[in-house]
Design a protein around this ligand. Structure first.
Ligand code: ZN
Length: 133
C-alpha cells in the first residue's frame, strides 16, 4: 500500500495527516483491554485524534455499514459453501463472525471516519494545540 493514500492510513492505523504516527496505542486490536485505547494526538505531527467532543459518534454509521457487509458476506459464504440454511444456523454463524470481527470493525470504522475529515500532508508542521507550556 502506498503512503499518502487514504487506504494506507486506514489499513495501517496511521495518522490521517502525516501517515507516520500510530492512532491506537497497540497495533493488535485483539488485546481487548487496549482495543479502544487511542492516542489523544499524533505522536509525530500533533494532529488531534479527538477533534471535538463526540467526534466518533459518526463512526457508528460506518460501523453499521461494516456490520451489514459482514452479514451479507457471511450469508453468501454459507450459501456458496452449502452449509445448512436453517435461519437459526445462519443467525449463529452471522453472530459468531460479527462478534469475532468486532475489534477490527471498531478500529476500522474510527479510522475511516477520521480519514473522511483529515487530509494528508507530506511534511506537516507539528501542531502544538494540546500542549501545555
Ligand atoms: Zn500525524
Amino acid at each position: 500500500m502506498k503512503k499518502g493514500t487514504k487506504l494506507y492510513s486506514v489499513f495501517r492505523g496511521k495518522c490521517p495527516r502525516c501517515h507516520e504516527g500510530d492512532m491506537f496505542e497497540t497495533r493488535n486490536p485483539y488485546i481487548l483491554t487496549k482495543t479502544m485505547a487511542m492516542h489523544d494526538e499524533c505522536p509525530v505531527c500533533g494532529e488531534s485524534f479527538n477533534p471535538e467532543p463526540g467526534f466518533y459518534f459518526g463512526a457508528m454509521y460506518v460501523s453499521y455499514g461494516l456490520g451489514v457487509a459482514q452479514f451479507v458476506a457471511t450469508w453468501v459464504a454459507l450459501i456458496v459453501l452449502g452449509v445448512d440454511s436453517h435461519p437459526a444456523v445462519v443467525f449463529a454463524w452471522v453472530l459468531f463472525i460479527v462478534l469475532a470481527l468486532a475489534p477490527l470493525s471498531f478500529r476500522l470504522s474510527r479510522k475511516i471516519w477520521i480519514n473522511a475529515f483529515v487530509k494528508y500532508e507530506a511534511n506537516p508542521e507539528k501542531k502544538m494545540i494540546n500542549k501545555k507550556i
